[in-house]
Ligand binder design. Structure first.
Ligand SMILES: [Zn+2]
Length: 351
């Protein structure tokens, strides 16, 4: 092994972590969807334990309100409005130079999921919404790639290794008749984040080492960080499940992403995605901004103050998050700043 000999000395004293199992971990490929509270903790922990191929996917930038519950991010990231995926990748190099992290500043959606998640041994869900989990679930069932669901709210959370390839139930088996798909801004404690990501890390590492068995992939862990309690709930396969039983992939089949939509998990923020792939010259945008004040800029994003109550974050990819403006005003501001005309295409959207 080409590795600092001292790095895993203490880990190798634990029975399951032999030279062979460490080599197996190092050769594993893991993709983490979402790089917020749970995603940063899991990315850091996986890099520290030796995973050498990681991809982290997140469409957002680091904000001050992230810092109390995330790993890796610093005040400087919030000041610069750094994309979370980029910051995460940059910090992980400092944790383990042998880990290659591919950052993706985007969301996982039906149009790109096949490209983004293909070829990995394990998918980690570190998102905060049901739509993303249901989409990941369809991809996982279709391609037989296991995933670890990780959810946190308030003092509580859940963690579940979903492995239909081995015969376990899928996420839709549990959520077939329930579960809110509404985007909400959730309260979260860092204690819940730590406990839940610890559980997900255990499931991920056990899976990658081949240490899981049937009861692991049919067990949902309900975690209560206030009472320091973990309850195990048995999940049975649903014989009527459209996803794993009938292999109907309704979300994967979607071929349309709205150009303008409310941003999930943020109040009063509109998200704009250009209809065609573009790369914005952020220096040109800074010249075009006229009197709007620059709050932060970096090679990937520019954050502008449009008025006392409105802000815009423009990504190099042409995506934008516009806060505090009504729909039409947000579109006008986007077109003025980026030079990309979208209003003539909006009649075709379902917004
Ligand atoms: Zn199912």
């Amino acid at each position: 092994m080409n590795v600092n000999e001292d790095r895993f000395t203490r880990l190798k004293l634990v029975n399951e972590f032999t030279e062979a199992s460490l080599t197996r971990l190092m050769g594993s490929k893991v993709v983490i969807v979402g790089c917020g509270a749970t995603g940063t903790h899991l990315a850091e922990a996986l890099a520290r334990i030796g995973i050498r191929t990681l991809k982290v996917i997140d469409k957002d930038v680091v904000s001050w309100s992230n810092l109390y519950r995330t790993a890796l991010f610093t005040e400087d990231d919030a000041l610069k409005a750094m994309p979370k995926a980029i910051s995460c990748a940059q910090k992980i190099v400092e944790v383990n130079t042998s880990t290659q992290v591919e950052p993706v500043v985007d969301e996982v959606n039906p149009l790109n999921i096949e490209n983004l998640l293909q070829g990995y041994d394990l998918i980690i869900d570190a998102t905060d919404n049901m739509d993303s989990r249901l989409l990941i679930n369809e991809f996982s069932v279709k391609h037989g790639i296991p995933w670890v669901m990780t959810g946190v709210e308030s003092w509580y959370g859940n963690s579940w290794l979903i492995n239909t390839r081995a015969g376990g139930p899928c996420f839709k088996c549990l959520s077939i008749s329930g579960g809110s798909r509404r985007c909400r801004v959730l309260g979260v404690t860092p204690m819940a984040v730590k406990m839940v990501t610890s559980a997900s890390l255990t499931l991920a590492v056990k899976h990658l080492l081949g240490l899981t068995k049937e009861e692991d992939w049919s067990t949902l862990h309900l975690i209560d960080s206030r009472e320091l309690d973990v309850r195990k709930i048995h999940v049975a396969k649903n014989p009527e499940c459209p996803t794993c039983q009938h292999r109907k992939f309704e979300l994967l089949g979607k071929d349309f992403i709205p150009i303008v939509k409310p941003s999930c998990g943020k109040n009063n923020v509109i998200e704009i995605t250009p209809p065609e792939p573009v790369e914005i010259d952020l220096n040109l945008l800074l010249k075009r901004r006229q009197k709007t004040k620059v709050i932060a800029s970096n090679p990937y994003t520019v954050k502008l103050k449009l008025s006392d109550k409105s802000r815009a974050i423009i990504f190099r990819s042409g995506r934008a998050l516009i806060e505090g403006l009504p729909y039409r005003k947000a579109i006008e501001a986007y077109e003025t700043l980026t030079g990309i005309k979208i209003s003539h295409k909006l009649a075709k959207t379902d917004y």
